[in-house]
Design a protein around this ligand. Structure first.
Ligand code: FAD
Length: 430
């Protein structure tokens, strides 16, 4: 049961993508746009995403357009912008001088605002975005229920043989691991004994949910419900922003989780009191949002472990004709809201170098082997992507510290109408 002819496209480079999340699907569309022969292998029986929000930076949106205009169009078809041109950061914990502890007093002290402008984040429901992208996927590209196990390179044929859990095999010239945070491709690429093959627990958990905008407005008021707001305080923080054309309010609440993560999966049922306990004594607005989340699941909320590659970053993203992209390469905590966006950037870089490799091979004098050309392309990908993406992983951890304490704004200077310099004093170590 070998899958070697199912590829589509006219280029001589056959690319196997492992994993059909946001990054794998975007990668496939970008390569198909460049007439590559693409096959995407997904372990699940269909495409699926979780019921939570995801936001994309302007840069990620530019990369979507360059990768394939279909990807940007898919995102724009389901995305939502802030009503205000600003993102607001508030003290969600302390009672300001004009405020009361009355449960109906939804006021919080504003710490600072960031200018979002007309090109700020676009936010959407993850599943809606994936569904829209998949509409552009031609028949015959995707193979479901294919859980990748390992690969081997045949020196004579200059091709990879991929092996799947069901015993089937497939061949390809290039293998791209887009198989997420627990990437099997990363383990095979870096070695099972390498600590960089596995993500580590960031000692934080997230509680997330999509609240109906009607309920959100009735509870918080129009302004807070329809605009991105970060509620900061001691040891925890909570973010809300509108998605699904302002019909839903996405909520994600982060709480510390000392000790090890002992569950097999990265999602586990939360104790009944866990979320309220993390925000006990906070301002009524935050407690009200916590109440909305609990109402959603009738108190049976899940918590998501935040894992990342902070402790053991991958020493390389590529070797020969194999590479990793998205969370498979650089899983990050989500405090910059940019993990998936970085994966889109990876996909654009990969599509660009592989396109160049294919053209080099087509127009070349045959002096360079396919193997050497592909390896050079992927080495270039590794060189341009590693520093930037690993910065995100580190910076995200640091940013989360500033959001977990009551920060004090020392100065606030608008620069050029777009950017602002904000100096914030945060009472954290270092
Ligand atoms: P995944 O979405 O994990 O997809 C991997 C796919 O590979 C899955 O379909 C899986 O089934 C498949 N797979 C796995 N193993 C195998 C195998 N062996 N064989 C075959 N298939 C396999 N990022 C942003 O840009 N903006 C945000 O606002 C944002 N918010 C976030 C909020 C939270 C709380 C969290 C936790 C993350 C957030 N992120 C955000 C980060 C973002 O969610 C991830 O970076 C992104 O989803 C990763 O996509 P991916 O395609 O690389 O991996």
């Amino acid at each position: 049961n070998s899958d070697s002819n199912g590829v589509t496209g006219s280029c001589q480079l056959r690319v196997a993508i492992i994993g059909g999340g946001i990054v794998g699907v975007a990668m496939a569309l970008g390569l198909l746009r460049r007439n590559m022969a693409v096959r995407l292998y997904e372990q699940a029986g269909n495409f699926r995403e979780i019921g939570a929000g995801v936001a994309f930076t302007t840069n990620a949106q530019t990369c979507m357009a360059l990768l394939s205009p279909d990807i940007l169009a898919a995102m724009k078809a389901v995305s939502t912008k802030n009503e205000s041109p600003y993102y607001t950061y508030v003290d969600g914990y302390r009672c300001g001088p004009d405020q009361t502890d009355d449960d109906n007093d939804m006021r919080e002290t504003q710490l600072y605002q960031l200018h979002a402008g007309t090109t700020g984040f676009d936010a959407c429901h993850r599943a809606h975005f994936l569904d829209e992208m998949v509409k552009h996927m031609p028949e015959g590209v995707v193979a479901f229920r294919k859980r990748f196990e390992t690969y081997a390179f045949d020196e004579d044929l200059e091709e990879f043989t991929l092996r799947f859990e069901d015993g089937s095999t497939a061949t390809a010239d290039v293998v791209i691991g887009c198989d997420g945070i627990k990437s099997r491709v990363r383990q095979v690429l870096l070695g099972e004994d390498n600590p960089a093959s596995y993500p580590g627990f960031a000692h934080q958990v997230a509680f997330r949910g999509l609240v109906s905008m009607e309920r959100a407005v009735a509870t918080l008021g129009k302004d807070k419900a329809h605009n991105q707001c970060m509620h900061t305080g001691p040891g925890a923080h909570l973010l809300n922003f509108p998605v699904a054309q302002h019909t839903l309010m996405n909520v994600v609440a982060f709480a510390p989780a000392p000790g090890d993560w002992v569950h097999e999966r990265m999602v586990a049922p939360a104790g009944e009191d866990e979320l309220p306990a993390a925000f006990a004594g906070w301002r009524p607005a935050v407690r009200a949002i916590v109440g909305l989340l609990q109402e959603l699941e009738e108190g049976r909320l899940d918590k998501w472990a935040i894992f990342d590659t902070y402790e053991h970053p991958a020493p390389t993203y590529a070797s020969g004709g194999v590479c990793i992209a998205g969370d498979a390469a650089h899983a990050t905590s989500p405090h910059h809201g940019a993990g998936a966006g970085m994966g889109i950037e990876d996909a654009l870089a990969l599509a660009t170098v592989l396109d160049l490799a294919a053209k080099t091979m087509q127009g070349g004098d045959g002096s360079k082997t396919k193997r050497a050309t592909v390896a050079a392309a992927l080495a270039a990908y590794d060189a341009v992507r590693r520093e930037r993406t690993q910065w995100l992983v580190r910076s995200s951890r640091e940013v989360s510290k500033t959001q977990q304490v009551g920060c004090q704004v020392l100065s606030h200077q608008p620069q050029d109408g777009i950017s602002e310099v904000i100096i914030v004093k945060c009472p954290v170590e270092g």
